[in-house]
Design a protein. Structure first.
Length: 560
């Protein structure tokens, strides 16, 4: 049967950067050809498309809407929307393809081609792309692209598997259903493990010397998971999450991508290789610094025997960490670009709280404009782009299977950088959080795991009653409950402790983030009347200032 003609609509995606330079992330990858060549060097191609009702038509494809396919110099991926029937068919067969891949990879890890050696595969991603010939006159066809890491035999095994079991799905040959080409792109990964603490990253200049005062929100801020040897992996703090236990107790924790934990301890030296499925984490060696938090979940054993860290990372790639009591809690708000701390104090900040985007808020027919919160674009703090309605699948571990992922394409001139894993993608108008960045492929597009699905998984894994985003009232309540006071004798004057001083400043900053400069929350020492216990204008009262508050000074790390 001849290929089904595919009319080419006007691309609804925003053009990507004209210079193709995929980010280096810490996950090493093996490719058969370099993809670093600039797209500006590619000639403009005229793609001839057969049309059943009319003569062949010619459409001009600009280079900024294309990207070369690794290992296939004769193929180029075009940024364009498939026909509706192609998209619907893809949505139907994607779950079946994922089941075939998962079943094969689980078996392959246990006994690859008769070997007793347990073989690990890297993260696996599946997406739909429009791929055509790099030369004029070629056809553009809907293509299912599979990114997989591991041995060459594993990649070849997937190719053979798709030709055999995927044939009926991708090429039904019934004259009705559309056909799909299949391309498998191989990559290798590094396996790591270890105990970690959380420290602020100081590379982007937003928090020099670790100071937290003046920071309106932690959304998009850079953090580092750090081990005892001082090795660290950089990622992005998406925001703060509220966990409600069965007894009604509330804990507010930070959330980011979980795969960055694999970048801390590498038992095997591996060569620098190019990535096709990037996990946007920056893995470096640093001097140990004061921890601002501690990893809460996943719980990784101190000693691993025949195990890999990826086995402990949740399927939807998230990690939770608890902030140190000296670290202030900040609201999840969209920081307005260009405003300094004083302007925020004067009430010019954006005070809308973020909410979790429900499933029906995601794009289904066409891409929507979104913003990615990341300090890699310092000092602006956001990168704009579009969230595609074409979903894909992502699998970190064959035992856990594929999860749904949406694709983010940033505006021209923007790109996913090292350490962007964990960044939230939001609707800048409604302040709804769609999800967090997990990975990118060779096109530079990012895979976004929906936040509502992550919260469902957190609830299931931790056994909590509910998971959500904290409100202003939640943060103020936590600050109040953390307050401690001491009573001194013989005057029975209640004296504010250093911890109280810090919490009052904490509450003041929380209100400032939302409402501008509030009235002073500083609490003076309470006064007592020795005669009756009730203060009166004539009572011999003596004021005792808080010595701790007068002596308080910000230390090198900005603790309060």
């Amino acid at each position: 049967m001849p290929p089904i003609p595919i009319p080419i609509p006007i691309p609804s995606y925003r053009p990507s950067s004209s210079s193709f330079s995929p980010p280096d992330s810490g996950y090493a990858t093996l490719t058969t050809t370099s993809t670093q060549s600039s797209l500006s060097q590619l000639p403009k191609s005229k793609i001839s498309i057969d049309n059943a009702s009319t003569s062949s038509t010619t459409i001009q494809i600009i280079p900024s809407c294309t990207s070369p396919v690794p290992g296939r110099q004769d193929l180029i991926a075009y940024r364009m929307n498939p026909e509706v029937n192609v998209l619907e068919r893809y949505k139907e067969i994607l779950p079946e393809i994922q089941k075939i891949l998962q079943r094969f990879l689980v078996s392959a890890e246990r006994n690859l081609f008769g070997k007793k050696k347990k073989t690990k595969c890297g993260p696996v991603a599946v997406r739909l792309m429009m791929v055509g010939s790099a030369y004029s006159g070629g056809e553009v066809k809907p293509t299912i692209v599979i990114f997989i890491g591991g041995e060459d035999k594993l990649v070849k095994g997937i190719e053979g598997l798709m030709k055999k079991e995927g044939q009926i799905l991708c090429r039904p040959d019934d004259g009705v259903m559309p056909d799909f080409e299949v391309i498998v792109i191989g990559e290798g990964v590094r396996k790591r493990s270890g105990e970690v603490k959380v420290v602020w990253d100081r590379e982007k200049g937003w928090m020099m010397r670790g100071r937290e005062r003046g920071v309106v929100t932690y959304c998009g801020r850079r953090i580092r998971f750090e081990n005892e040897e001082g090795e660290s992996s950089c990622c992005t703090l998406g925001g703060l999450v509220k966990l409600v236990g069965g007894d009604g107790g509330v804990r507010v924790v930070g959330i980011t991508a979980g795969h960055v934990l694999e970048g801390l301890f590498d038992d095997e030296e591996e060569e620098e290789e190019e990535n096709e499925l990037f996990f946007a984490g920056d893995y470096t060696e640093r001097m140990p610094r004061r921890a601002v938090g501690q990893l809460l979940y996943p719980e990784i054993p101190e000693y691993l025997v025949d195990q890999d860290v990826s086995e402990f990372i949740p399927a939807r790639d998230w990690a939770l960490f608890e902030l140190d009591e000296k670290t202030k809690l900040k609201p999840n708000i969209l920081e307005r670009p260009g405003l300094d701390w004083e302007q925020h104090r004067n009430g010019r900040s954006n005070r809308d709280e973020m909410t979790v985007a429900p499933s029906n808020a995601f794009p289904s027919q066409s891409p929507i404009e979104v913003a990615m919160l990341t300090q890699s674009n310092y000092p602006r703090g956001v990168k704009l782009g579009v969230l595609s309605h074409l979903t894909g699948g992502l699998m970190l571990n064959p035992e856990k299977g594929f999860v749904e992922a949406y694709l983010l394409q940033l505006d021209e001139g923007e790109e996913i950088e090292d350490g962007d894993s964990g960044a939230w993608v939001i609707n800048p108008v409604s302040k709804e959080v769609f999800g967090q960045v997990v990975a990118t492929d060779y096109t530079g597009d990012a895979y976004i795991i929906p936040l509502h699905a992550i919260f469902d998984e957190i609830k299931e894994n931790l056994g909590v009653q509910s998971v959500g985003l904290p409100t202003t009232a939640d943060l103020l309540n936590i600050a109040l409950r953390a307050t401690t006071i001491t009573v001194t004798e013989p005057d029975s004057l209640i004296v504010m402790t250093a911890r109280v001083c810090s919490r009052e400043r904490h509450m003041s900053d929380l209100l400032t983030s939302y409402y501008g400069e509030p009235s002073s929350l500083q609490r003076r020492s309470l006064l007592s009347d020795r005669d009756s216990g009730y203060g009166s204008p004539g009572s011999p009262i003596r004021y005792k200032p808080c010595r701790e508050l007068e002596e308080w000074k910000e230390d090198e790390y900005g603790s309060w």
